[in-house]
Structures are given as structure tokens and as C-alpha cells.
Design a protein around this ligand. Structure first.
Ligand code: KG4
Ligand code: ZN
Length: 339
């Protein structure tokens, strides 16, 4: 019987600085500092993000250790996101982790950000059940939209993905068109609650097999609004909830249509959601409804593990620790890297 592992995990791929401590598959702490500095820019400003990570990383790690009631000498390994993401942001986490690895003499574990979003499902928590392998995961974030077949914690196969914008990007871009701050996804979700999803209909893209496309939807949303605003300058303010509900319904329709196709064609009934957009209420509810209808077992991560967080890096690190898959200290960050 192996001893318990205590892994410190670091996530800094985009605009959240996060640190977590896991005891095997259980999360002891998961601390995230969000960066409000980007709100007024309509998107993440890479230069500002790197600086904010640099400022936040030490206090965030410190707090994660305190909450977990762990001192550095008890740590078994340090796991960190090596990519994909913003290079300057990633470098902060990579450098910090390497220093810790050298100072403490503990193994260094490299984690792929998108694999981590998926493996967040394997975190042990009260009332949470884990998907059985093989399962399908619809991974929807600000940078990715993929349907992934997960055969075990080490084997990921992308069955389909976006050929242009990611689903989260689509949410953020249409929100920006309506004058909302970044990130727009959670705001659209909020306003959509009171809106009519059938207020406006948008054409769905015709993309082959299991791939997605969202850039046409954004353009058609922009043109529709421009036409309406010519007739009534207050169109957006007056109809904000209805617009949010309509665009949200269209995005969710597109996602679920392809997910259903993937499940049928691969004969898999274990279906999971992951990534920032999996926080979306409409997507969560509609997946659960579809699962009942189709006889699937559906898995939706708890809210704290949907958007970027270090707990998901910790669980991925745990699996790599089991196989002693350690990184060299000459390793560097990778802005682009396939799953
Ligand atoms: O996974 P994540 O935190 O970061 C990336 O790896 O990209 O995902 C962030 C994305 C953003 O585009 C954000 O607008 C979207 O997830 N998002 C949502 C919701 N919460 C976050 N989109 C729709 N509804 C939400 N409730
Ligand atoms: Zn992410």
C-alpha cells in the first residue's frame, strides 16, 4: 500500500492564479485569485495577466497551504499547467513550480490544461460520482470546444472540435457586442434567466461530423443587432434578457446536437461536461434532460471545478505521480499543445 500523496498544484494559464493541495484524489484547498483588471478591455490582456500572476502567486500558494494545514516539507510533488495558454502567464507558474521543486527536492509534474478540465471529474468529493471509462467529455472553455473520448486517465482522443471560435469565446464576443464587460458568459447566463429563448432565431452552422463553428453565429448576431439598432437605438437595452436567452439557446443547441451525435456514433452512454462554459445553467439543465431521454449517465462538475482552478491540475498530477511521469527541470511552457 502506497503512502498518501500530498500534491501542490499551480494553474496560471490565463487570467486566474490558482493553487490547490490534494491528498490523493481529495481536495484539501483550492484558492483562486481572479484578475478584475481585464473587465473593461473586453478580453484578457496578456501583459497585464502575467504581471497579476507574478503579484498573486506567492500569497495564493501560501493560503492554499494554510487552508490545507500542510507545511512545504510534507509535500510529495508539485504539479503545474505547462500549456496550452498565454505564454507569459504560463511562465509564471512554470518558474514558480521549478523553484519549489529545486528548493524542496520533490518531483515536478507537468499537466495539460485541457486534460485537467476533464480529469476534474475524478476528484473525490461528497455526493460526487465519477464517470466510468470510456466516457465522452464535451470540453467547452474560452479557448477550446472539443468532444473528447477518454479511455483512461492517460488516453484522450479528440473526436471533434471547433474550426474557429470556442463556445466561451462566442459567449464573450456576443456579450461584448451588447456592451457587457469581460467575461460575458456568466452575464449572459444571468440575464437569460428572465428572457425568452425564442425571441430571435439564428441559423446553425452546417459543419461536418463532430466539428463545431461559432464565428458565423457571432457575425449574424452582430448584423441582426445593427439592423435593429437602426430602427430603435435602445433595442439592446430594452431586449437584453431576450437576446441573451436566444443566443444562449442557440449555442447550447449546437453543442448538444454534436454531443448526441458523438454518443450515438461511438455507442457511449457515460457523458461528461467540462471547462468554463460547463458553469452555464442552460447547458447543465439541458444535458441532464437529454441524458434522461437517451438513457445516459451524465456528469457535471461542481461549479468550483468548471472555470480555471488548480484542483483539476492536482488531480491530473496525482495520476501522473502514480506512473512516476515526472518532468525535467529544463522544461518550458507551451502556448499551443494538442491534448
Ligand atoms: O475554462 P475557463 O475558465 O478558461 C479557459 O480555459 O478558457 O473558461 C472561461 C470561459 C469564458 O469564455 C467564460 O465566459 C465562460 O467560460 N463561462 C461561461 C459561464 N461561466 C464561464 N459561459 C457561459 N455561461 C457561464 N455561466
Ligand atoms: Zn480552462
Amino acid at each position: 500500500m502506497e503512502q498518501d500523496t500530498f500534491i501542490l498544484a499551480i494553474e496560471s494559464s490565463c487570467d486566474d492564479t490558482s493553487a490547490a493541495v490534494l491528498q490523493n484524489r481529495k481536495v484539501l484547498s483550492n484558492v483562486t485569485a481572479n484578475q478584475s483588471v481585464h473587465e473593461s478591455f473586453g478580453g484578457v490582456v496578456p501583459e497585464l495577466a502575467s504581471r497579476a500572476h507574478q503579484k498573486n502567486i506567492v500569497p495564493v500558494v501560501d493560503q492554499a497551504l494554510k487552508i490545507a494545514n500542510i507545511v512545504p516539507s510534507q509535500l510529495t510533488a508539485v504539479a503545474f499547467t505547462s500549456g496550452p495558454g498565454l505564454l507569459g502567464s504560463l511562465l509564471v507558474g512554470v518558474s514558480f513550480s521549478k523553484s519549489l521543486h529545486t528548493a524542496l527536492g520533490i518531483p515536478l509534474i507537468e499537466v495539460h490544461h485541457m486534460q485537467a478540465h476533464i480529469l476534474a471529474h475524478m476528484i473525490e468529493g461528497e455526493g460526487q460520482s465519477q464517470p466510468k471509462f470510456p466516457f465522452l467529455c464535451l470540453t467547452v472553455s474560452g479557448g477550446h470546444t472539443q468532444i473528447v473520448k477518454v479511455s483512461d486517465p492517460y488516453t484522450f482522443e479528440v473526436l471533434g472540435e471547433t474550426i474557429d471560435d470556442a463556445a466561451g469565446e462566442a459567449f464573450d464576443k456576443v456579450a461584448k457586442i451588447m456592451g457587457m464587460s469581460y467575461p460575458g458568459g456568466p452575464l449572459i447566463d444571468k440575464y437569460a434567466k428572465e428572457g425568452n429563448p425564442d425571441f430571435l432565431a439564428f441559423n446553425k452552422p452546417k459543419i461536418k461530423e463532430l466539428d463545431f463553428s461559432f464565428s458565423g453565429l457571432k457575425t449574424s448576431f452582430l448584423y441582426t443587432l445593427q439592423e435593429e439598432v437602426k430602427k430603435d437605438a435602445d433595442f439592446v437595452t430594452k431586449n437584453r434578457s431576450d437576446l441573451c436567452a436566444s443566443i444562449q439557446k442557440t449555442i447550447v443547441d449546437i453543442l448538444l446536437e454534436k454531443l448526441e451525435l458523438a454518443a450515438t456514433s461511438h455507442g457511449i452512454k457515460e457523458i461528461a461536461l467540462a471547462g468554463g462554459v460547463s458553469a452555464n445553467r442552460e447547458l447543465r439543465t439541458r444535458l441532464q434532460e437529454l441524458a434522461i431521454q437517451k438513457g445516459w449517465n451524465s456528469y457535471i462538475p461542481p461549479f468550483e471545478y468548471t472555470t480555471d482552478n488548480a484542483a483539476m491540475i492536482g488531480i491530473s498530477g496525482y495520476y501522473k505521480y502514480i506512473t512516476r511521469d515526472f518532468a525535467k527541470n529544463t522544461l518550458t511552457a507551451k502556448a499551443r499543445v494538442s491534448i
